[in-house]
Design a protein around this ligand. Structure first.
Ligand code: FAD
Length: 822
């Protein structure tokens, strides 16, 4: 409609109608141009879709060709004739543009897959048993072993799976089947506690060099390159198996949790089947099989084989290349040199957790097999039962103890808040030695549990009891009731005390969640994140973002998983270990420990900050006991009943101080790493009082913090120990104090060690002294170790390699002990 004469249109300069008409014509021309541009764009995209359809046809032909090849190879191998090709462990759906084409195949990529080749499976069934051992610290190795067992069953193998500690269930000396080992590494570079007995047994120097010469094995080590001894648990075991004559039928894999275990774990498992098949085939014809190559007959060398000889970073780089798009084999016009599209429309579509972008959104996906259902869950109305405080499923004894005191050790303006808690253990049988650590059983945040119940529409059933049964006809091999889930326990208690609800969902879990997602786009995105092709997005938006299940469910609103899926996939809520910071001699009936309240940014914008599961909970409990002014002991009375926590002893504690009081000790413990040394010094003080005539060895403590007045933990106690001669040398460094004139002032504990290298070397090299390092595993322990290597080479005149050997020897002798954590 034309405006009245002389009137003004907002945003158009000039009052006259002529001018208005001129502008309008311009606008129409602009619009027409835009429409032409859009039409061109639509034509371009139509061409693109045609090109993709051609590509899909080409790939369909390729699949037909490969199916024929599989039939031919099965025939040639003499193992049977392949009747049909089906892809059951991985399904590939071919997708064009951002929509799905009505094309979906499920062909098998694996010529040795029993479902590809039923007669092959029959021919081999019954003979393809292998022993599968895992040693896990936090459940990762166990989960991977379970995945291997699962896949093994689907491929016609039989995995006889055991935790390494179950020595009565297997015998390596008489084992004739191949052995597959999955082993993780602790923060100190040791194999997990559950591997210790086997490792000790294997390390018996009296064993002959051919003790395991009958054994063929494949080993997958898990570790983290941020720690000093990457995959050392696996390396120790691997080396010893070799020394005892065992031979690898498949190359060792070293998976790095720093960049994502799956980058090595998935291809390693993929390659395992061909290696096992090869092993069974060759060992049938020729019992004495030598170091067998991993690849299946005629197939190219498997990825882990080629990769294993490369440094880990190259392995990762290569594996990343492999995760590239599959459909878009040919580059199209708009592609840039680095493979990204220059199309501005596409550039605008940045991927996020819930939104994918090309090429992933257009890629065919290889997703993990859908894990078979194994648990049947019944929710039963509770008959007047109260929710117990802790549903105990711990293997060791659990003690419920009151917190008798809470002290804030840091000033209010410190970067981190450190608290000391005193537990009253006088009415329990709990006992400890200096250097010991113990477990705190902690609950998940109540807000997060309620959030999860709400999201699952189970709020009204939160006090219903859970009855668990194994699904009678489950296809899951070795399906059993999870040991960490007590029967007949209220749902709320299970989610609170038993399951790590913040655990980052694994790809298999995402895959399973996709099945319960009604919206097609959400479902597709979950499948992408679980797929090989989506590995980078999984790393970026799930793993690195430390996304928990609740975060995920909030981001994918149409995902409505059943409760059983959560119980099947969420790992056990791990108790958190803490070092004892007191001595039973000086604090009878009491136990002290110290911790920093862990805080980090939440991946959910609505929740700005989150606290660590255990330290956040402990801080809330302590709040009722803390003096308002902080710093200084709190009164015990007047606050109502003391809050109680549940603790259990840590079964293996190698971090013990020397029994001989003459042995000099060097202790390195910045921040809360000082905790066990405080316990040791209290203990030593009492011993010195009790034995006045006895000589005691020198005690060195290297402590570090940020600021002298904000986070210098136990400052008064340390000065007191120094005055009493209990501590003979105290060396403190401040990393954030202004440098001032003393530019050479040490900033970190390792700088101080270097500064006193001569004296420290004297204690360790010539005084038979013991060295203790406690605290941050990622940076501090590495830097201290480097300083020690330099110190030993300089002071003893050794080459670096020799210095490293010296440190390793100290470790073997129990003279260099670490208690480090991240
Ligand atoms: P968690 O919730 O388990 O979080 C663990 C870490 O992951 C945190 O550091 C956090 O930064 C990070 N994180 C978790 N979720 C996210 C996310 N979404 N985004 C970003 N980051 C995230 N600690 C002490 O303070 N004092 C001790 O004396 C002590 N002794 C120990 C002795 C031993 C032998 C061991 C193995 C560990 C010891 N620890 C000690 C460490 C302690 O067990 C806990 O790991 C620590 O207190 C954190 O527990 P949490 O449950 O609060 O944190």
């Amino acid at each position: 409609m034309r405006p009245a004469e002389g009137s003004h249109l907002p945003g158009i300069s000039g009052p006259g109608t002529h001018e208005w008409g001129f502008c309008r014509a311009g606008e129409i021309r602009r619009r027409a141009g835009e429409i032409r541009r859009r039409a061109g764009e639509i034509r371009r995209r139509a061409g693109e879709i045609r090109r993709r359809a051609g590509e899909i046809r080409r790939r369909a032909g390729e699949i037909r060709r490969r199916a024929g090849e599989i039939r031919r190879r099965a025939g040639l191998s003499g193992l049977g004739r392949c009747e049909q090709a089906t892809w059951s462990s991985f399904h590939v759906s071919l997708v064009a543009d951002s929509g799905r084409l009505p094309l979906e195949w499920q062909p098998s990529a694996d010529p040795w897959h029993p479902q590809t080749c039923p007669s092959l499976s029959m021919c081999l069934s019954g003979t393809r048993r292998f022993l599968l051992l895992y040693a896990t610290q936090q459940g990762q190795a166990k989960a991977i072993a379970e995945e291997i067992r699962e896949q093994a069953a689907a491929r016609g193998f039989s995995a006889d799976m055991h935790c390494m500690s179950e020595l009565d269930k297997y015998d390596l000396k008489t084992e004739t089947a191949p052995l597959v080992v999955v082993v993780s590494t602790t923060g100190t570079g040791e194999p997990p506690d559950t591997a210790r007995t086997l490792v000790q047994k294997l390390q018996d120097r009296a064993l002959p060099a051919d003790w395991l010469c009958h054994l063929h094995y494949g080993l997958l080590g898990l570790g983290n390159t941020e720690y000093m001894y990457f995959c050392n648990g696996g390396k120790i075991l691997d080396r010893r198996l070799q020394e005892l004559g065992a031979r690898r039928f498949y190359d060792t894999g070293h998976a790095d949790d720093c960049v994502g275990l799956e980058l090595v774990v998935e291809p390693w498992i993929d390659g395992l089947w061909a290696a096992l098949t090869k092993h069974f085939t060759t060992s049938r014809g020729k019992k004495d099989s030598s170091e067998a190559p991993a690849a299946a007959p005629g197939a190219p060398k498997s990825e882990p084989q080629q990769l294993a000889s490369l440094p880990v970073h190259s392995q990762i780089a290569l594996l990343r290349l492999d995760t590239g798009p599959q459909v878009d084999a040919g580059a199209s016009e708009g592609d840039t040199a680095d493979g990204r599209r220059s199309d501005p429309l596409i550039e605008e579509m940045e991927p996020s957790l819930t939104r994918s972008a090309p090429p992933l959104s257009e890629a065919s996906l290889s997703v993990p097999a859908l894990p078979p259902e194994s648990l049947q869950v019944t929710l039963q109305e509770a008959l007047g039962q109260e929710e117990s405080q802790v549903p105990v499923t711990s293997a060791g004894p659990v003690f419920h103890v009151p917190i008798s005191k809470a002290v804030q050790l840091t000033a209010n303006d410190a970067v981190k808040t450190a608290l000391l808690l005193e537990l009253d253990i006088s009415k329990t049988a709990f006992s400890y030695q200096p250097g010991d650590a113990f477990h705190v059983l902690c609950p998940n945040s109540d807000a997060e549990v309620r959030g999860l119940l709400q999201r699952l529409h189970l709020e009204d059933k939160s006090q219903h009891c859970i009855l668990l049964e194994v699904v009678g006809d489950t296809r899951r091999r070795g399906a059993a009731l999870p040991q960490h889930l007590p029967q007949n326990c209220p749902l709320h208690a299970i989610l609170t005390w038993c399951l790590e609800i913040r655990a980052t969902p694994k790809k298999a879990f995402l895959r399973a969640l996709a099945e319960w997602t009604s919206d097609a786009a959400e479902r597709r995105r979950l499948l992408e994140l679980s797929s090989k092709q989506g590995a980078a997005d999984y790393g970026r938006f799930v793993r690195d973002a430390r996304l928990g299940l609740l975060d995920l469910l909030l981001a994918f609103p149409t995902c409505r998983p059943p409760l059983r899926l959560l119980l099947e996939h969420l790992p056990r809520l791990q108790p958190r270990p803490y070092s004892c910071a007191s001595s039973s001699l000086s604090h009878p009936g009491k136990l002290h420990f110290v911790f920093n309240i862990v805080e980090f940014l939440s991946p959910i914008p609505a929740v700005a900050r989150r606290r660590g599961v255990c330290t956040g909970w402990l801080a809330t409990l302590a709040a009722t006991l803390l003096q308002p002014d902080a710093l200084g002991p709190a009164a015990d009375g007047g606050h109502g009943p003391a809050p109680q926590i549940s603790i259990s002893p840590r079964p293996i504690n190698p971090f013990r101080f020397p029994e001989d009081p003459l042995i000099p000790v060097v202790m390195v413990g910045p921040g809360t790493g000082v905790a066990p040394f405080i316990g040791f010094l209290h203990h030593r003080e009492k011993l010195q009082e009790q034995r006045p005539g006895v000589n005691f060895g020198a005690t060195w403590l290297f402590f570090g913090c940020r600021h002298r007045d904000r986070d210098y933990l136990f400052r008064e106690e340390l000065q007191h120990f120094l005055q009493q001669g209990v501590l003979t040398h105290l060396k403190v460094s401040f990393s954030r104090e202004p440098v001032g004139e003393d530019t050479a002032a040490p900033r970190y504990v390792q700088d101080n060690l270097r500064l006193h290298a001569g004296q420290v070397a004297q204690v360790l090299l010539h005084g038979n002294g013991s060295l203790y390092v406690c605290g941050d595993a990622k940076n501090m322990a590495k830097d201290v170790s480097e300083a020690l290597v330099d110190m030993v080479s300089a002071e003893a005149g050794l080459q670096r390699l020799e210095a490293l050997r010296t440190l390793a020897a100290w470790k073997e002798e129990g003279r260099y002990l670490q208690d480090v954590w991240s």
